[in-house]
Design a protein around this ligand. Structure first.
Ligand SMILES: [Zn+2]
Length: 195
């Protein structure tokens, strides 16, 4: 099944299987991708006021465009600065998402894992970096660094001999593209109780 660069703005699938209740089910993929490309190409020229996009866009500005823009904002690919929308460069975006600022990932990132939630916490970190678009090598580097700097590794409770070995054992999480949310929430509950 082909995978697409941009997720469906309704249900976030990146293949042709939408969630049962997705409002964009049946929309052709080239149409979905065009909506993103329309927005990204306009914003890659210069920051623009949100209200100007419908006039500037090539063709019609529809619900799909609105949903795609909302998605890009939620992902912080597009940020609001001085009342205008600005597209982050690839480098800026990678730097931004390297340090999760929203819960529950923020707690995991700042406090580190504790015995009792290591599995969930490492799973969530790997899945998070995959979701935001880091390569496997970058993901591994970030998660290893996090294990060391957050104090998680020193708290013990791991079966593996090194952080590198531990992260390597989670490669299947990266490759399957699992979601991070549930595991992160479960880990945060344990961390909140103990740190
Ligand atoms: Zn969908």
């Amino acid at each position: 099944m082909p995978r697409f660069d941009y997720p469906c703005p309704g249900c976030r699938t990146t293949n042709s299987l939408h969630d049962a209740d997705c409002r964009f089910e049946g929309t052709q993929w080239p149409t979905v991708e065009k909506a993103y490309v329309d927005i990204v190409s306009l914003l890659s020229v210069a920051p623009r006021a949100e209200g100007s996009l419908p006039e500037l866009v090539h063709g019609e500005w529809d619900n799909l465009h609105k949903a795609a823009l909302d998605y890009l904002k939620r992902q912080q690919r597009v940020v609001v600065e001085d009342g205008e929308l600005r597209l982050l460069t690839a480098a800026e975006y990678k730097e931004l998402v390297s340090e999760p600022t929203r819960e529950p990932m923020r707690t995991l990132y700042r406090k580190g894992s504790v015995p009792g939630c290591h599995d969930n916490a490492v799973f969530a970190m790997v899945a998070w970096y995959e979701m935001v678009g880091l390569s496997w090598a970058e993901t591994k580097e970030h998660v290893v660094e996090w294990l060391r700097e957050s104090g998680a590794w020193d708290r013990g409770g791991f079966e593996e001999a090194s952080p590198e070995q531990l992260v390597e054992s989670k490669r299947h999480v990266y490759e399957a593209g699992y979601g991070w949310k549930e595991k992160a929430q479960a880990a945060k509950r344990v961390i909140d109780r103990s740190v």
